[in-house]
Design a protein around this ligand. Structure first.
Ligand SMILES: Cc1cc2nc3c(=O)[nH]c(=O)nc-3n(C[C@H](O)[C@H](O)[C@H](O)COP(=O)(O)OP(=O)(O)OC[C@H]3O[C@@H](n4cnc5c(N)ncnc54)[C@H](O)[C@@H]3O)c2cc1C
Length: 442
């Protein structure tokens, strides 16, 4: 099964997006169904690949209440409790499946898992693979997807539109090698990630521009909390970087401290992300600088190299030696808590259309995501979408309505209007947030 194999016009399922949510959905659908998976960019260029800190899990049943409470507290108690329960309960099973697929998590000398901790977690419950957990999980899932004959993977293939008739999704319009065409499927899964590409400062890939949300607004598909957007407190301050490099929360979890221009601490570094972000924003204004400093110098160099090799390497590349000097950090857009309204099986308000991963809003995160809950949330609900798709698909008839492809001739104009549609919606829902974070180009 090769990338960019000829795309036919009919599939059982189309999955848009090749991050962990898309890949895990594909692996959770019975291999007897023909699946097309597409990615707008290279297959591996997903935010999933960038995840550093790790993935939360219920390490022992007695941690359930505390994990639940930490998730709700970070989410300002706006979370949907049923969804949180489903996520936590299913987490050990998801870890087992990941390990079966070949994912390696770091272990202690005695072979037990090495759990780490991040902001707003009251205990160590995060599994990780060095500081490249997302890369490890995505690579292993991708290897497994590539072994499935029923799945066709196509990169540089962009979903332009959804084909929706009578509130039922019947396929998508895609663009591949400059040609637009309608591709039909019994069920469509949106796993297109978040919206970072719409922001001047974001830790996300630039091509992750929330296309699904614009299409949802065009087709009247229900969205929820699209203005609940997380700004990560600590991305490396590099004036000209297109994508901001994330300095994982686990650096603070392992004792990293934030300092103002006089070298003084100004916030408890382990408070929830939104609280730390606001403290940094205020401190930057007081200091008159576009950054504050982060210090991890207390950690022995060997330990930094063992725990944060990727962060260490990147900082060295841009001229900072983490083991002996402080680094400048600044907040950047990072994650979308809201999205396409979905139930705990990924079902949306449109029949035969699913949303999973960062694209979906099933209410797990409430108003603010707890660190390292998003990989877990993506996997738990992707698996459930895969189950329900497998259960329902034989009863669904494939429809092939005609589509006027000329609508998409001016691709740049279509993209620009998508961008405007989403930003207008964010502004409509939260003008303050829009002015603070969306309205900046530099
Ligand atoms: C720097 C960074 C660090 C992170 N660290 C952690 C962490 O430690 N722990 C944690 O739990 N979470 C972390 N996250 C969040 C987490 O990685 C993501 O929320 C999660 O991986 C989202 O997965 P996804 O599959 O939903 O989307 P993504 O992985 O973003 O994948 C989106 C896919 O959709 C495709 N796509 C988008 N639009 C279109 C279109 N129109 N047509 C075709 N394809 C399209 C993209 O090409 C891509 O393949 C981090 C995020 C970032 C950016």
């Amino acid at each position: 099964m090769d990338e960019n194999l000829h795309i036919s016009t009919k599939y059982d399922v189309i999955i848009v997006g090749t991050g962990v949510a898309g890949l895990f959905t594909a692996l959770s659908i019975s291999p007897k169904y023909k699946i097309l998976m597409i990615s707008k960019d290279k297959i591996k260029n997903s935010d999933s690949y960038l995840a550093q800190g790790g993935i939360c899990t219920l390490k022992e049943p007695s941690d359930f209440d505390s994990f639940f409470e930490d998730t709700l507290k970070a989410g300002r108690y706006e979370n949907k409790e049923d969804s949180v329960k489903v996520m936590i309960e299913n987490s050990p099973m998801i870890m087992d499946r990941l390990i079966e697929y070949g994912v390696c998590f770091d272990v202690n000398e005695d072979g037990s898992f090495e759990y780490t901790r991040e902001g707003a977690h009251s205990t160590y419950r995060i599994l990780h693979h060095k500081d490249v957990t997302g890369k490890e999980i995505t690579n292993k899932l991708l290897n497994n997807v590539r072994e499935r004959d029923n799945i066709t993977l196509c990169e540089f293939t962009k979903m332009l539109d959804l084909i929706v008739r009578d509130n039922t999704c019947q396929g998508i319009v895609l663009s591949h090698e400059g040609v637009s065409k309608a591709v039909y499927a019994k069920e469509v899964v949106l796993a297109t990630g978040g919206i970072g590409g719409l922001f001047a400062h974001s830790t996300n890939f630039r091509h992750i521009t929330g296309d699904s949300f614009a299409l949802a607004l065009r087709h009247g598909i229900e969205l929820e909390n699209i203005n609940y957007i997380q700004i990560h407190p600590t991305s490396l301050y590099e004036k000209d970087a297109k994508r901001k490099f994330l300095i994982s929360e686990s650096v603070r979890g392992e004792g990293g401290i934030l300092l103002n221009k006089d070298g003084e601490r100004f916030v408890d570094e382990l408070l929830p992300r939104d609280v730390v972000t606001e403290a940094i924003r205020k401190q930057m204004a007081i200091d008159g600088r576009p950054y504050v400093m982060l210090s991890i110098k207390h950690m022995p160099k060997e330990e930094i190299l063992r725990r944060f090799p990727n962060i260490y390497r990147h900082c060295m590349e841009v001229g900072y030696d983490l083991s002996v000097e402080d680094i400048p950090v600044t907040p950047a857009q990072h994650y979308l808590m809201g999205g396409i309204k979905a139930d705990t099986y990924g079902r949306t308000s449109v029949k035969n259309l699913f949303a999973v991963g960062e694209t979906a809003c099933n209410g797990v995160h409430g108003a603010n995501r707890l660190a390292s809950n998003s990989l877990l949330e993506s996997l738990v609900f992707a698996e459930r979408a895969g189950w329900i798709i497998t259960e329902e698909i034989d009863d669904i008839k494939l429809h092939t309505p005609s589509v006027d492809i000329r609508l998409y001739d001016d691709a740049a104009a279509w993209d620009e209007s998508n961008r405007k549609i989403i930003l207008e919606e964010i502004k409509r829902r939260d003008e303050d947030f829009y002015d603070k974070w969306c309205n900046k180009q530099s």
